[in-house]
Each structure stands twice: as structure tokens, then as C-alpha cells.
Design a protein around this ligand. Structure first.
Ligand code: FNR
Length: 376
């Protein structure tokens, strides 16, 4: 009932904070350095002014959008997020099942706690994408790609904004490790959230599906695994290696969008990683018009960072994005109530997309055009 009473994703965030240890909540909720990019992602959406048309017969609204040539129930997909079973023991499988029920794609992270084949087996009817970080060990990257291919993944999402880990200062201050260690401080926290700790200690050990356990911080892990020498040639290499759709995530300006499209990407995600990498990086919503002008006729453009409502997805669509990716929003739902929480998030997003379109006077997402929006 608490989930049902949540009227916004912000309400679910409050529930999430109550139910999850401080360090885990902060790892999810926080951003890099001064969190300037993270805050600006939200400020940009607050600048949106919708310009409705009236008397347009919106009795029958179609919220579906074509993503990679196939219909999605909403103009959005669930973004890849690492170590999801730490947020809630039901983890990636719960998120993918909720995505399948809502009819939207789900991207599994390379840093996930469920392997690509295991997820496909558990949730065979979800539209699934596999997110890849290029590892120093290319043979290991190749093994992951082949496993995803065999398990029927539709798209590979190469994340390119992470040559090294961004500095997430909340994690530093909390002494956050992966997996969370039981110390005097976390023990105290455990007394307040016994259910989370009970689930951590009684379910399968929390470890990375792609390479097993790791003792240390997230930043140490990323810097050990990720290859900072990656270039646009690696995009071309993946294009030859991977037979499915290729999405490049973490592009932050038009020139780079053009370069990756020329190297063979089918879609780009304009993203500053939710403000978790380079602080003061550009805000995707503000960069979108220039990226659309440069590559909009050759590729699909997705946007992420700060999407907290269906109205945000509608705004991005008006400015030329094919779809948005949703990151923290679904993790708040997951932390608040497992699969039921993610379902609640998707229910809220669907209702908000529909209502915004109706009040805007748009009966289909094709009618969401730039004349319907202004940034104040
Ligand atoms: C992420 N993100 C991310 N991206 C990626 O390509 N691989 C990954 O493993 C992760 N892991 C991850 C963990 C957590 C806890 C968060 C919050 C984010 C970034 C994610 O895909 C997306 O770009 C952002 O979350 C979008 O911003 P919002 O929606 O969270 O504001």
C-alpha cells in the first residue's frame, strides 16, 4: 500500500532512503565531485515550458514509440546500472520483469549481478540490451559479447564516458566498498534496516556476474578493469564483431556523435552518466538540439540524466530525442519495494506520459514536435 500511495518518483525516493543502508542509497543517489552536472540535469527539465494546442481530440492517445525499428509501449528504456542486487536482493531480474510487463526495453550492465544468459533465461520476453565497458582484456570483452549474442540480446550498448571512474565523494566519505562490509558503522545502520541486511546475508553472495567478487571500492574496480586507451576504432571493431544493433552511450556533443555514427553506431545516447563522471559536463537536454541538427537524420538519439517523470520523457521527445533512458528513477522503486516498486515507477511514468500528451493536445508521439516546447 505504501508503494500504491507514492504519487511521484520523488515519493519513492523517500521510501528508498528509509529502506536501504546509507552508503548504498548514497552510491545510487549521488554524483561526481560537487554534483553540479547532476543538479543541472534536473534544472534543465525544470526550465521546460510546454506549449499546448487545444481542441485536438485526445480521447485516444498512443504513447508508443519506435525504438530500433520496433515498437516500445513508451518512449523510454531502462538504463544499465551496475551491482543492482545491492539495491535490492531481487536485482536485475526484478527490473527486467517489470520492463517486460510495461513493454519497454531493459539494458543489463556489464557490472551487473546477473549474467546475460541468466537474465535471458529468467525473463525471456523482455527486449534486452547488453551494456559493455571495454575491458583492458579484449578477449574477455569478446566472450561477454558472444554470450549476449547467444542469449538473444537485441543491442549492444557501448559506454564511452568512463575511461576512468568519476570521483563520487559521497562514496569516499561513507567508506563505501563493494560488497558493503559489516563494520561498526554499518552495524548501527543495520539495526535500522534489518530487512535489507537479512536479505544480503541470506541470499546468494553478492558478486559481479562477469568476473566474480571484488574487494575494494567501485572506483578502484573501474580503474582496474576499464580500458582508458579506447578510441573510435574500437566502435568500428565492435561494428564488425557484433551482428545486432549497436548503441554508443555517453556521447556529450555533436562532433563525437557524428564520429561514432560514421564508425557504425545505430543509435547514440546523449548522456553525462547521470552526472556521475565528469562534473560540469554538458547537460544532455541542452545539447540535444545541436546533436539532432548534426546526426538526427542518420541515427536515433536517446537522452538520459535527470528523467524523473513521464513529462520529462515527453519534453525530450519534443526536442528531438527518440526516447529517454531512465536510471535512478527505477532504482528508487527497486530500493523502495523490489519488483513491485519498479512496476510502480513504470506505472507512474506511463500515466504521466499519457496525461502530458493529452494536455498538450498530442494524440501520438509523432506529434511531439519542437514547436510544443520552450526552455525558459
Ligand atoms: C549508472 N549508470 C551506468 N551506466 C552504464 O553504462 N553502466 C553502468 O554499469 C552504470 N551503472 C550505474 C549505476 C548507478 C547506481 C547509476 C545511478 C547509474 C548510468 C546510467 O546508465 C544512466 O546513464 C544514468 O543513471 C542516467 O541518469 P539518471 O536517470 O539516473 O538521472
Amino acid at each position: 500500500r505504501r508503494l500504491g500511495n507514492a504519487a511521484t518518483i520523488g515519493d519513492l525516493r523517500i521510501l528508498a532512503r528509509r529502506r536501504t543502508p546509507r552508503a548504498v542509497f548514497d552510491y545510487t543517489d549521488g554524483g561526481a565531485r560537487e554534483e553540479t552536472s547532476m543538479a543541472r540535469n534536473r534544472t534543465a527539465f525544470e526550465r521546460v515550458e510546454f506549449r499546448p494546442n487545444v481542441l485536438r481530440d485526445v480521447s485516444d492517445v498512443d504513447t508508443s514509440a519506435t525504438i530500433l525499428g520496433r515498437s516500445s509501449a513508451l518512449p523510454l528504456a531502462l538504463a544499465p546500472t551496475g551491482f543492482t542486487r545491492m539495491m535490492h536482493h531481487e536485482g536485475e531480474i526484478a527490473v527486467a520483469a517489470a520492463a517486460a510487463a510495461a513493454g519497454v526495453p531493459y539494458a543489463l550492465s556489464t557490472m551487473g549481478t546477473t549474467s546475460a544468459p541468466a537474465l535471458a533465461e529468467a525473463v525471456p520476453d523482455v527486449r534486452r540490451w547488453f551494456q559493455l565497458y571495454l575491458w583492458r582484456d579484449r578477449d574477455r570483452s569478446l566472450e561477454l559479447i558472444r554470450a549476449a549474442e547467444r542469449a538473444g540480446y537485441e543491442a549492444l550498448v557501448l559506454t564511452v564516458d568512463t575511461p576512468v571512474a568519476g570521483s563520487r565523494l559521497r562514496d569516499v566519505r561513507n567508506g563505501m566498498t563493494i560488497p558493503p562490509a559489516l563494520t561498526a558503522k554499518t552495524f548501527l545502520d543495520g539495526a535500522l534496516r534489518p530487512r535489507w541486511w537479512f536479505n544480503l546475508l541470506t541470499t546468494e553472495p553478492l558478486q559481479f556476474a562477469s568476473f566474480g567478487s571484488w574487494e575494494g571500492t567501485v572506483a578502484e574496480l573501474a580503474n582496474h578493469m576499464f580500458d582508458p586507451s579506447a578510441t573510435v576504432q574500437d566502435v568500428a571493431w565492435l561494428r564488425e564483431t557484433w551482428p545486432g544493433k549497436l548503441i554508443v552511450k555517453g556521447v556529450q556533443q555533436a562532433a563525437d556523435a557524428l564520429a561514432v555514427v560514421e564508425a557504425g553506431a545505430d543509435a547514440v545516447v546523449l548522456s553525462n552518466h547521470g552526472g556521475r563522471q565528469l562534473d560540469r559536463a554538458p547537460v544532455p537536454l541542452e545539447e540535444l538540439p545541436s546533436v539532432v541538427a548534426t546526426v538526427g537524420d542518420r541515427t536515433e538519439i536517446y537522452l538520459d540524466g535527470g528523467v524523473r517523470s513521464g513529462a520529462d520523457a515527453v519534453a525530450a521527445r519534443c526536442l528531438g530525442a527518440t526516447a529517454v533512458l531512465v536510471g535512478r528513477a527505477y532504482l528508487y522503486g527497486l530500493m523502495a519495494g523490489g519488483q513491485a516498486g519498479v512496476r510502480r515507477v513504470l506505472e507512474l511514468l506511463a500515466a504521466e506520459v499519457r496525461e502530458t500528451m493529452q494536455l498538450l493536445g498530442a494524440a501520438s508521439v509523432k506529434e511531439l514536435t519542437p514547436d510544443r516546447i520552450r526552455l525558459r
